[in-house]
Design a protein around this ligand. Structure first.
Ligand code: NAD
Length: 372
Protein backbone atom coordinates (compact mmCIF):
# COMPACT_ATOMS: atom_id res chain seq x y z
CA UNK A 1 0.00 0.00 0.00
CA UNK A 2 1.10 3.60 -0.50
CA UNK A 3 0.84 5.50 2.77
CA UNK A 4 0.82 9.29 2.56
CA UNK A 5 1.68 11.78 5.31
CA UNK A 6 0.98 15.42 4.42
CA UNK A 7 2.21 18.35 6.48
CA UNK A 8 -0.51 19.53 8.88
CA UNK A 9 -1.96 22.90 7.86
CA UNK A 10 -4.34 23.73 10.70
CA UNK A 11 -3.22 26.96 12.37
CA UNK A 12 -0.17 26.33 14.56
CA UNK A 13 -0.55 22.57 14.25
CA UNK A 14 3.01 21.31 14.50
CA UNK A 15 2.40 17.63 15.03
CA UNK A 16 2.94 15.05 12.30
CA UNK A 17 1.09 11.75 11.90
CA UNK A 18 4.02 9.34 11.52
CA UNK A 19 7.56 9.46 13.01
CA UNK A 20 10.64 8.07 11.23
CA UNK A 21 10.32 4.94 13.41
CA UNK A 22 6.78 4.52 12.08
CA UNK A 23 8.00 4.93 8.51
CA UNK A 24 10.56 2.18 9.07
CA UNK A 25 7.80 -0.13 10.34
CA UNK A 26 5.69 0.42 7.17
CA UNK A 27 8.71 0.04 4.88
CA UNK A 28 9.75 -3.20 6.61
CA UNK A 29 6.35 -4.66 5.66
CA UNK A 30 6.82 -3.72 2.00
CA UNK A 31 4.76 -0.49 1.94
CA UNK A 32 5.81 2.79 0.39
CA UNK A 33 5.58 5.92 2.55
CA UNK A 34 5.27 9.35 0.96
CA UNK A 35 6.07 12.26 3.27
CA UNK A 36 5.58 15.88 2.32
CA UNK A 37 8.86 17.78 2.71
CA UNK A 38 9.18 19.57 6.07
CA UNK A 39 6.16 17.70 7.50
CA UNK A 40 8.10 16.84 10.66
CA UNK A 41 9.89 20.15 11.18
CA UNK A 42 7.46 21.44 13.79
CA UNK A 43 8.05 18.33 15.89
CA UNK A 44 11.82 18.42 15.50
CA UNK A 45 11.81 15.53 12.96
CA UNK A 46 13.97 16.27 9.94
CA UNK A 47 13.52 15.25 6.31
CA UNK A 48 16.90 13.52 6.61
CA UNK A 49 15.60 11.32 9.44
CA UNK A 50 12.58 10.33 7.33
CA UNK A 51 14.80 9.55 4.34
CA UNK A 52 17.05 7.39 6.47
CA UNK A 53 13.96 5.48 7.64
CA UNK A 54 13.03 4.73 4.03
CA UNK A 55 10.39 7.39 3.25
CA UNK A 56 10.03 9.01 -0.15
CA UNK A 57 9.97 12.79 0.29
CA UNK A 58 7.68 14.73 -2.04
CA UNK A 59 7.47 18.46 -2.66
CA UNK A 60 3.74 19.10 -2.35
CA UNK A 61 0.74 17.99 -0.36
CA UNK A 62 -1.06 17.47 -3.67
CA UNK A 63 1.35 14.69 -4.68
CA UNK A 64 0.87 12.95 -1.33
CA UNK A 65 -2.95 13.08 -1.51
CA UNK A 66 -3.06 12.02 -5.18
CA UNK A 67 -0.76 9.00 -4.92
CA UNK A 68 -1.60 7.53 -1.50
CA UNK A 69 -4.08 4.73 -0.81
CA UNK A 70 -4.04 5.55 2.89
CA UNK A 71 -3.55 9.08 4.25
CA UNK A 72 -2.45 9.37 7.86
CA UNK A 73 -2.98 12.80 9.39
CA UNK A 74 -3.40 14.45 12.76
CA UNK A 75 -6.32 16.86 12.28
CA UNK A 76 -9.51 16.73 10.23
CA UNK A 77 -9.21 17.93 6.61
CA UNK A 78 -9.10 21.71 6.36
CA UNK A 79 -11.13 23.53 3.64
CA UNK A 80 -8.07 23.91 1.38
CA UNK A 81 -7.64 20.11 1.54
CA UNK A 82 -11.26 19.39 0.54
CA UNK A 83 -10.47 19.40 -3.22
CA UNK A 84 -7.80 16.75 -2.60
CA UNK A 85 -10.28 14.23 -1.17
CA UNK A 86 -11.43 11.49 -3.55
CA UNK A 87 -13.51 8.33 -3.74
CA UNK A 88 -12.01 5.27 -2.09
CA UNK A 89 -9.24 7.14 -0.29
CA UNK A 90 -8.73 5.82 3.25
CA UNK A 91 -8.32 8.74 5.64
CA UNK A 92 -7.07 7.88 9.12
CA UNK A 93 -7.01 10.95 11.39
CA UNK A 94 -8.90 12.80 14.13
CA UNK A 95 -12.19 13.64 12.41
CA UNK A 96 -14.58 14.89 15.16
CA UNK A 97 -17.36 14.82 12.57
CA UNK A 98 -20.23 15.30 15.01
CA UNK A 99 -18.87 18.80 15.61
CA UNK A 100 -18.49 19.68 11.91
CA UNK A 101 -21.24 19.31 9.34
CA UNK A 102 -19.02 20.75 6.58
CA UNK A 103 -16.32 18.08 7.01
CA UNK A 104 -18.99 15.37 7.29
CA UNK A 105 -20.69 16.53 4.08
CA UNK A 106 -17.45 16.68 2.09
CA UNK A 107 -16.39 13.16 3.19
CA UNK A 108 -19.81 11.89 2.12
CA UNK A 109 -19.88 13.79 -1.18
CA UNK A 110 -16.39 12.58 -2.11
CA UNK A 111 -17.11 9.02 -0.86
CA UNK A 112 -14.01 9.00 1.35
CA UNK A 113 -13.42 6.08 3.73
CA UNK A 114 -13.09 8.14 6.90
CA UNK A 115 -11.75 6.50 10.07
CA UNK A 116 -11.67 8.78 13.12
CA UNK A 117 -8.94 8.14 15.68
CA UNK A 118 -11.29 9.43 18.36
CA UNK A 119 -13.96 6.78 17.66
CA UNK A 120 -11.71 3.69 17.58
CA UNK A 121 -12.99 1.96 20.69
CA UNK A 122 -11.87 -1.11 22.64
CA UNK A 123 -14.33 -3.64 24.14
CA UNK A 124 -14.12 -1.97 27.57
CA UNK A 125 -15.38 1.28 26.02
CA UNK A 126 -12.00 3.04 26.19
CA UNK A 127 -10.70 5.16 23.29
CA UNK A 128 -7.03 4.23 22.81
CA UNK A 129 -6.23 6.90 20.19
CA UNK A 130 -7.92 9.72 22.05
CA UNK A 131 -6.32 8.86 25.38
CA UNK A 132 -2.75 10.11 24.76
CA UNK A 133 -3.93 13.51 23.49
CA UNK A 134 -6.55 13.78 26.22
CA UNK A 135 -3.88 13.16 28.82
CA UNK A 136 -1.75 15.95 27.35
CA UNK A 137 -4.71 18.35 26.95
CA UNK A 138 -5.76 17.64 30.54
CA UNK A 139 -2.28 18.38 31.88
CA UNK A 140 -2.04 21.52 29.73
CA UNK A 141 -5.46 22.78 30.81
CA UNK A 142 -4.26 23.82 34.25
CA UNK A 143 -1.19 25.55 32.77
CA UNK A 144 -3.30 27.53 30.24
CA UNK A 145 -6.07 28.07 32.77
CA UNK A 146 -3.56 29.62 35.17
CA UNK A 147 -2.44 31.90 32.33
CA UNK A 148 -6.07 32.92 31.60
CA UNK A 149 -6.44 33.96 35.24
CA UNK A 150 -3.56 36.44 34.94
CA UNK A 151 -4.71 40.08 35.02
CA UNK A 152 -3.31 40.99 31.59
CA UNK A 153 -5.51 38.34 29.99
CA UNK A 154 -8.69 39.65 31.60
CA UNK A 155 -8.47 37.18 34.48
CA UNK A 156 -9.11 37.72 38.19
CA UNK A 157 -5.41 37.98 38.91
CA UNK A 158 -5.45 34.78 40.93
CA UNK A 159 -2.48 32.48 41.45
CA UNK A 160 -4.01 29.01 41.53
CA UNK A 161 -1.42 27.86 44.05
CA UNK A 162 -2.36 30.66 46.48
CA UNK A 163 0.36 32.03 48.77
CA UNK A 164 1.25 31.82 52.46
CA UNK A 165 -1.79 33.20 54.26
CA UNK A 166 -3.80 33.45 51.01
CA UNK A 167 -6.34 30.89 49.73
CA UNK A 168 -5.53 28.85 46.60
CA UNK A 169 -7.82 29.14 43.57
CA UNK A 170 -10.83 26.88 43.14
CA UNK A 171 -10.67 24.55 40.12
CA UNK A 172 -13.82 22.71 39.00
CA UNK A 173 -13.39 19.86 36.52
CA UNK A 174 -16.43 18.52 34.65
CA UNK A 175 -15.80 14.96 33.51
CA UNK A 176 -13.43 12.54 35.28
CA UNK A 177 -12.19 10.56 32.28
CA UNK A 178 -8.67 10.69 30.83
CA UNK A 179 -8.40 14.48 30.40
CA UNK A 180 -10.33 15.22 33.61
CA UNK A 181 -8.15 12.90 35.69
CA UNK A 182 -4.97 14.39 34.16
CA UNK A 183 -6.18 17.94 34.90
CA UNK A 184 -7.06 16.88 38.44
CA UNK A 185 -3.63 15.38 38.98
CA UNK A 186 -1.88 18.63 38.02
CA UNK A 187 -4.36 20.91 39.84
CA UNK A 188 -4.01 18.94 43.07
CA UNK A 189 -0.23 18.84 42.56
CA UNK A 190 0.05 22.65 42.55
CA UNK A 191 -2.12 22.94 45.64
CA UNK A 192 -5.38 24.27 44.14
CA UNK A 193 -8.73 23.61 45.78
CA UNK A 194 -10.15 21.01 43.35
CA UNK A 195 -13.55 19.45 42.77
CA UNK A 196 -14.55 17.12 39.96
CA UNK A 197 -17.95 15.92 38.74
CA UNK A 198 -18.92 12.93 36.59
CA UNK A 199 -21.98 10.78 35.96
CA UNK A 200 -19.89 7.65 36.53
CA UNK A 201 -19.06 6.88 40.19
CA UNK A 202 -16.30 4.45 39.17
CA UNK A 203 -14.43 7.30 37.44
CA UNK A 204 -14.85 9.49 40.53
CA UNK A 205 -13.55 6.71 42.80
CA UNK A 206 -10.49 6.27 40.58
CA UNK A 207 -9.68 9.99 40.60
CA UNK A 208 -10.18 10.18 44.35
CA UNK A 209 -7.71 7.30 44.80
CA UNK A 210 -4.98 8.60 42.45
CA UNK A 211 -4.77 11.96 44.21
CA UNK A 212 -4.86 10.45 47.65
CA UNK A 213 -8.23 11.98 48.49
CA UNK A 214 -7.12 15.61 47.94
CA UNK A 215 -10.17 16.35 45.79
CA UNK A 216 -13.92 16.74 46.24
CA UNK A 217 -15.76 14.30 43.97
CA UNK A 218 -19.41 14.97 43.12
CA UNK A 219 -22.08 13.31 41.01
CA UNK A 220 -22.83 15.26 37.87
CA UNK A 221 -26.30 16.76 38.12
CA UNK A 222 -27.69 20.20 37.52
CA UNK A 223 -27.60 21.32 41.15
CA UNK A 224 -24.00 20.24 41.76
CA UNK A 225 -22.76 21.72 38.48
CA UNK A 226 -24.48 25.06 39.18
CA UNK A 227 -23.12 25.33 42.69
CA UNK A 228 -19.56 24.35 41.74
CA UNK A 229 -19.28 26.39 38.55
CA UNK A 230 -20.70 29.54 40.13
CA UNK A 231 -18.05 29.38 42.87
CA UNK A 232 -15.08 28.48 40.63
CA UNK A 233 -12.05 30.49 39.61
CA UNK A 234 -11.23 28.02 36.85
CA UNK A 235 -13.60 25.52 35.18
CA UNK A 236 -12.24 22.75 32.95
CA UNK A 237 -14.70 21.07 30.52
CA UNK A 238 -13.72 17.42 29.96
CA UNK A 239 -16.94 15.56 29.13
CA UNK A 240 -17.34 13.10 26.31
CA UNK A 241 -20.12 10.99 24.87
CA UNK A 242 -18.09 9.08 22.25
CA UNK A 243 -18.77 10.22 18.69
CA UNK A 244 -21.56 12.58 19.78
CA UNK A 245 -21.76 16.30 20.49
CA UNK A 246 -20.75 17.28 24.01
CA UNK A 247 -23.75 17.95 26.28
CA UNK A 248 -24.22 21.67 27.09
CA UNK A 249 -23.87 21.48 30.85
CA UNK A 250 -23.02 25.17 31.42
CA UNK A 251 -25.79 27.46 30.19
CA UNK A 252 -25.19 31.11 29.36
CA UNK A 253 -27.09 32.00 32.53
CA UNK A 254 -24.71 29.91 34.59
CA UNK A 255 -21.71 31.55 32.93
CA UNK A 256 -23.24 34.92 33.88
CA UNK A 257 -23.29 33.77 37.50
CA UNK A 258 -19.57 32.96 37.47
CA UNK A 259 -17.18 35.40 39.15
CA UNK A 260 -15.99 38.22 36.85
CA UNK A 261 -12.53 37.34 35.57
CA UNK A 262 -12.87 33.63 36.22
CA UNK A 263 -11.80 31.28 33.42
CA UNK A 264 -13.20 28.37 31.44
CA UNK A 265 -10.95 25.97 29.54
CA UNK A 266 -13.35 23.94 27.39
CA UNK A 267 -11.22 20.96 26.34
CA UNK A 268 -14.21 19.19 24.80
CA UNK A 269 -14.69 22.05 22.30
CA UNK A 270 -13.59 19.62 19.59
CA UNK A 271 -16.96 17.92 20.15
CA UNK A 272 -18.79 21.25 20.36
CA UNK A 273 -17.89 22.23 23.94
CA UNK A 274 -19.84 21.83 27.18
CA UNK A 275 -20.68 25.52 27.67
CA UNK A 276 -23.28 27.45 25.70
CA UNK A 277 -20.83 30.35 25.42
CA UNK A 278 -17.95 28.24 24.03
CA UNK A 279 -16.82 28.63 20.44
CA UNK A 280 -13.64 27.26 18.87
CA UNK A 281 -10.46 29.33 19.09
CA UNK A 282 -6.94 28.88 17.73
CA UNK A 283 -3.46 29.02 19.22
CA UNK A 284 -2.99 32.36 17.47
CA UNK A 285 -5.93 33.85 19.37
CA UNK A 286 -6.72 31.30 22.07
CA UNK A 287 -8.96 33.35 24.35
CA UNK A 288 -11.98 35.65 24.32
CA UNK A 289 -13.99 37.19 27.13
CA UNK A 290 -17.73 36.61 27.22
CA UNK A 291 -20.07 37.28 30.17
CA UNK A 292 -16.88 38.51 31.94
CA UNK A 293 -15.41 34.99 31.84
CA UNK A 294 -12.14 34.30 30.00
CA UNK A 295 -12.82 31.41 27.57
CA UNK A 296 -9.99 29.22 26.21
CA UNK A 297 -11.45 26.90 23.55
CA UNK A 298 -8.55 25.68 21.40
CA UNK A 299 -9.51 22.53 19.52
CA UNK A 300 -5.96 21.21 19.17
CA UNK A 301 -4.33 22.00 22.50
CA UNK A 302 -1.56 19.35 22.26
CA UNK A 303 -0.22 21.17 19.18
CA UNK A 304 1.62 23.63 21.46
CA UNK A 305 3.78 20.79 22.76
CA UNK A 306 4.34 19.08 19.39
CA UNK A 307 7.39 17.08 20.29
CA UNK A 308 5.79 15.28 23.24
CA UNK A 309 2.47 15.05 21.40
CA UNK A 310 3.77 13.57 18.16
CA UNK A 311 5.51 10.75 20.02
CA UNK A 312 2.52 10.14 22.31
CA UNK A 313 0.13 10.08 19.34
CA UNK A 314 2.14 7.89 17.01
CA UNK A 315 2.87 5.37 19.79
CA UNK A 316 -0.86 4.60 19.63
CA UNK A 317 -1.86 5.16 16.00
CA UNK A 318 0.89 3.19 14.27
CA UNK A 319 -0.52 -0.28 14.96
CA UNK A 320 -3.88 0.70 13.39
CA UNK A 321 -2.17 2.21 10.33
CA UNK A 322 -0.13 -0.97 9.94
CA UNK A 323 -3.24 -3.12 10.29
CA UNK A 324 -4.92 -1.25 7.41
CA UNK A 325 -1.82 -1.34 5.23
CA UNK A 326 -1.02 -5.01 5.87
CA UNK A 327 -4.51 -6.51 5.57
CA UNK A 328 -6.34 -3.98 3.42
CA UNK A 329 -9.41 -2.02 4.56
CA UNK A 330 -12.11 -4.73 4.61
CA UNK A 331 -9.99 -7.49 6.18
CA UNK A 332 -8.54 -5.14 8.77
CA UNK A 333 -11.98 -3.95 9.90
CA UNK A 334 -13.48 -7.43 9.79
CA UNK A 335 -10.72 -8.73 12.06
CA UNK A 336 -10.51 -5.81 14.46
CA UNK A 337 -13.68 -4.64 16.20
CA UNK A 338 -12.01 -1.55 17.68
CA UNK A 339 -10.92 -0.35 14.25
CA UNK A 340 -14.38 -1.14 12.79
CA UNK A 341 -15.93 1.14 15.41
CA UNK A 342 -13.68 3.92 14.14
CA UNK A 343 -15.29 3.94 10.69
CA UNK A 344 -17.34 7.14 10.31
CA UNK A 345 -17.99 7.36 6.56
CA UNK A 346 -17.81 4.90 3.68
CA UNK A 347 -18.96 5.16 0.06
CA UNK A 348 -21.05 8.25 0.78
CA UNK A 349 -22.75 6.68 3.83
CA UNK A 350 -22.49 7.48 7.53
CA UNK A 351 -21.40 4.43 9.52
CA UNK A 352 -21.13 5.98 12.99
CA UNK A 353 -24.20 6.42 15.13
CA UNK A 354 -23.04 9.64 16.82
CA UNK A 355 -22.43 11.33 13.47
CA UNK A 356 -25.76 10.11 12.02
CA UNK A 357 -27.58 11.45 15.08
CA UNK A 358 -25.76 14.81 15.04
CA UNK A 359 -26.93 15.61 11.50
CA UNK A 360 -30.07 13.49 11.29
CA UNK A 361 -28.58 11.32 8.55
CA UNK A 362 -29.37 7.64 7.87
CA UNK A 363 -27.00 5.16 9.54
CA UNK A 364 -25.43 2.28 7.59
CA UNK A 365 -24.12 -0.47 9.91
CA UNK A 366 -20.36 -1.09 9.54
CA UNK A 367 -20.95 -4.85 9.04
CA UNK A 368 -22.84 -4.06 5.84
CA UNK A 369 -20.01 -2.10 4.27
CA UNK A 370 -17.05 -4.27 5.21
CA UNK A 371 -17.75 -7.49 3.36
CA UNK A 372 -14.19 -8.81 2.78
N1 NAD B 1 -9.19 20.47 22.79
C1 NAD B 1 -8.26 19.56 22.60
O1 NAD B 1 -7.17 19.85 22.12
C2 NAD B 1 -8.50 18.14 23.00
C3 NAD B 1 -7.46 17.23 23.13
C4 NAD B 1 -7.75 15.92 23.54
C5 NAD B 1 -9.05 15.55 23.81
N2 NAD B 1 -10.03 16.47 23.65
C6 NAD B 1 -11.44 16.17 23.93
O2 NAD B 1 -11.67 16.14 25.33
C7 NAD B 1 -12.90 15.46 25.55
C8 NAD B 1 -12.74 14.48 26.69
O3 NAD B 1 -11.89 13.40 26.28
P1 NAD B 1 -11.48 12.25 27.31
O4 NAD B 1 -10.54 11.36 26.60
O5 NAD B 1 -11.11 12.82 28.62
O6 NAD B 1 -12.86 11.47 27.43
P2 NAD B 1 -13.20 10.29 28.47
O7 NAD B 1 -14.19 9.42 27.78
O8 NAD B 1 -11.98 9.67 29.03
O9 NAD B 1 -13.93 11.08 29.63
C9 NAD B 1 -15.16 11.72 29.45
C10 NAD B 1 -15.87 11.70 30.76
O10 NAD B 1 -17.05 12.50 30.62
C11 NAD B 1 -18.00 11.91 31.49
N3 NAD B 1 -19.32 12.45 31.21
C12 NAD B 1 -20.16 12.16 30.19
N4 NAD B 1 -21.30 12.87 30.34
C13 NAD B 1 -21.16 13.62 31.46
C14 NAD B 1 -21.97 14.54 32.15
N5 NAD B 1 -23.21 14.83 31.73
N6 NAD B 1 -21.49 15.12 33.29
C15 NAD B 1 -20.25 14.83 33.74
N7 NAD B 1 -19.44 13.94 33.15
C16 NAD B 1 -19.89 13.34 32.03
C17 NAD B 1 -17.85 10.42 31.23
O11 NAD B 1 -18.43 9.64 32.26
C18 NAD B 1 -16.33 10.29 31.20
O12 NAD B 1 -15.79 9.98 32.45
C19 NAD B 1 -13.25 14.84 24.20
O13 NAD B 1 -14.20 15.63 23.52
C20 NAD B 1 -11.96 14.85 23.46
O14 NAD B 1 -12.12 14.82 22.05
C21 NAD B 1 -9.78 17.74 23.25
Amino acid sequence: MIVGVPKEIKIEENRVAVTPTGVAAFVARGHKVLIEKNAGNGSGLTDRAYERAGATLVDSAKEVWQQADLIMKVKEPQPSEFPLLREGLILLTYLHLAASESVTRVLLDKKVTGIGYETIQLDDGSLPLLAPMSEIAGRLSIQVGAWCLQAENGGRGILLEGASGVRPGKVVIIGAGISGAAACHVAVGIGADVSIVDINPTKLRYVHDIVGGHVTTLMSNRANIEEEVAGADLVIGCVLIPGAKAPKLISRNLTKRMKPGSALVDICIDQGGCAETSRPTTHRQPIYVEEEVVHYCVTNMPAIVPNTSTYALTNSTLSYGLMLANRGFSQALARNQALAKGLNTFGGKVTHEGVATAFNLPLSPVEEVIRP
